[in-house]
Design a protein around this ligand. Structure first.
Ligand code: GLN
Length: 581
């Protein structure tokens, strides 16, 4: 395969030429290698999960990796996307609001990412137009090729320089054949041409259909999908065939013939009992060997302390052994799209494994607990919560279902049921307590009632003059000072922690005194400011809420202390032992 020999020279060439190669300072070709994951046939085949698990696999071998997601939409980031359409908006430590796949990358690779690990079409076009306005392309018409593709490769190479990773895993969102990702795929084709042999590995995840009426696997759709990729000038090195039943050998052979991919590099990607097992299954199937062969990097293998195959296997063993069933209610507003709460589901799963508990989630759509005048149907609240061992009120925006959520919190408080409030759940716990314990009858958050007599939750002062919606909330990782001798202190075991935020409203500092006087304890605060960040009720079994999203920092190998504490309390409430053995 052809390869661009004098990359740097061309990039620095002054006279007129057709290349546009922004190569960042310090870039060494071959230092960082790339794995490009594309999808064919359809979306939703598990490309994000597979990319994450390839990350686990390489990290377990001690390779230094980084990851990046390319998203084809024109939004600058995921901040303004509706969870109904796109699932959860995940928040990184630096405040980037991104696709939920980044959450999966962080959990599976046990490391954190930044804005440099997430690239949307909107971000790339903004960069290009800003450069154009500065006159950087003076005299030239700015084109998809070489400029847009050049900018994409430039972004990727900047990540390589910043991270000095052995391998960067690139997930191209969408499906081969979409207009939205076509120039991302083109950029990756060019990348292979420029980086040369053994530096770029293309993986395609395809789907093998098995129509019910035929009861047999059919490979035509996959063949066409892969052919589309070949038409774009991309020869895959490895193919994963997603299928519901075991991959038929003849189908595997057909895929190999049509795609020029050796049979040994055509892998099955079947359903698994637990996704956490997937990195180990990939290893058993020698996927790591196939990658090492393409990229020639086996000599870079190393020992890691935070993650390796034995640590990951013992976590998977725990997940498999977990059988102590606890019912957890999640009272939300996007419950029809469970991806909207994916980090909470995952945090429950991996924190529960620590105690060998198996959480069964009971989804409660808050608005269905209200009548058309927003009056809460109290009987329905009781009925819905009567058999649960813990209640979570997650984050959210907007008025729908708010009164029902407040009723559920009241029910948890009065019946001594473990309760965890996250962000909006924290704010509503304050409203509930103000109304029903402090006797401030009309207390509310100004988000839901602008004229409330008691705005116990109000807009953060710095939010008051903000007009733009995108990227303007109080976002990202912030320090939380823990108050000694509180439940929060017991759970974290330290006095300073860092958690991730995404909010515009806060507990109104003017009401802290009255809330505290009635027994609410603010056990986590922002250093040098009066933003309340954790609340708890001391005489309750477990009543704790956080202004931050504890779910975003929870990882299989490092579960959130808040979630662990909640699960432990749910187990006790269910009369089950909390022992992990
Ligand atoms: N809507 C609330 C706020 O803006 C809570 C946000 C959230 O739950 N992420 O503060």
């Amino acid at each position: 395969m052809g390869y661009l020999e004098n990359l740097e020279e061309i990039s620095n060439k002054k006279e007129k030429h057709e290349f546009y190669l922004p190569i960042p300072k310090g870039y060494e070709r071959g230092r960082t290698k790339y794995i490009i994951v594309t999808g064919s046939v359809m979306s939703g085949v598990g490309k994000g999960t597979l990319t994450s698990c390839l990350g686990t696999l390489l990290r377990c071998h001690g390779l230094k990796i980084s990851m990046i997601k390319f998203d084809g939409y024109l939004n600058y980031d995921a901040g303004t996307l509706n969870p109904f359409r796109h699932g959860e908006v995940f928040v990184l430590d630096d405040g980037t609001e991104c696709d939920l796949d980044l959450g999966s990358y962080e959990r599976f690779t046990n490391q954190n990412y930044t804005k440099d690990n997430y690239l949307t079409a909107g971000k790339i076009f903004k960069r290009i137009i800003e450069k154009e306005r500065k006159g950087e392309f003076l005299g030239r018409d700015v084109q998809f090729i070489p400029h847009v593709t050049g900018e994409i490769k430039g972004f990727l190479r900047e990540l390589a320089v910043k991270t000095r990773a052995d391998v960067i895993l690139v997930e191209v969102g969408g499906t081969v054949g979409d207009i939205e990702n076509s120039y991302f795929i083109e950029a990756m084709r060019e990348l292979r041409y420029e980086e040369g042999e053994h530096n770029v590995c293309f993986i395609n995840v395809t789907y093998i259909i098995e129509p019910k009426s035929l009861q047999e696997q059919k490979s035509k759709a996959a063949q066409l999908g892969i052919r589309k990729l070949l038409e774009l000038g991309v020869q895959p090195d490895i193919i994963f065939c997603r299928c519901e039943s075991k991959l038929n050998e003849s189908i595997r052979e057909k895929i190999s013939i049509y795609s020029n991919v050796p049979l040994k590099n055509v892998f099955e990607l079947g359903d698994v009992e637990s996704v956490y097992e997937l990195p180990l299954i990939l290893k058993d199937n020698n996927v790591d060997k196939a990658i090492f062969e393409v990229l020639k990097i086996s000599e870079r293998k190393n020992e890691e302390s935070d993650i390796n195959f034995s640590i990951w296997s013992s976590f998977v063993d725990k997940i498999k052994k977990s059988n102590k069933k606890i019912n957890i209610a999640i009272v939300g507003k996007y419950t029809k799209v469970q991806d909207a709460y994916i980090s909470i589901i995952k945090a429950l799963e991996h924190s529960a494994a620590y105690y060998l508990a198996k959480p069964e989630i009971k989804w409660i759509e808050a608005s269905l607990l209200e009548d058309e005048n927003n009056n809460v149907k109290e009987d329905l609240v009781k009925e819905s919560l009567k058999d649960v061992h813990g209640i979570i009120v997650p984050g959210g925006f907007g008025k729908r279902g708010i009164e029902a959520k407040i009723s559920c919190i009241k029910y948890a408080r009065e019946n001594n049921i473990p309760f965890l409030g996250l962000c909006l759940g924290f704010q509503l716990a304050i409203v509930e307590f103000a109304r029903n314990v402090c006797n401030l009858k009309d207390a509310n958050s100004r988000e839901f009632d602008l004229n409330t007599k008691h705005p116990v939750v109000d807009l953060l002062p710095e939010q008051k003059n903000i007009e733009e919606i995108g990227g303007t909330m109080r976002l990202g990782g912030k320090d939380v000072e823990i108050v000694p001798n509180t439940l929060a202190h017991k759970l974290y075991g330290k006095l300073l922690v860092r958690e991730r935020f995404r909010h515009r409203f806060e507990c109104n500092p003017n009401y802290v005194e009255i809330l505290e006087r009635h027994g609410m304890v603010f056990s986590g605060k922002a250093p040098n400011s009066n933003i309340m960040q954790i609340l708890e009720l001391p005489f309750h079994r477990f009543f704790l809420a956080t202004q931050f999203h504890a779910e975003f920092t929870s990882k299989p190998l490092a579960p959130s202390p808040i979630f662990k504490g909640f699960i432990k309390s749910c187990l006790e409430f269910a009369g089950l032992s909390e022992n992990s053995i």
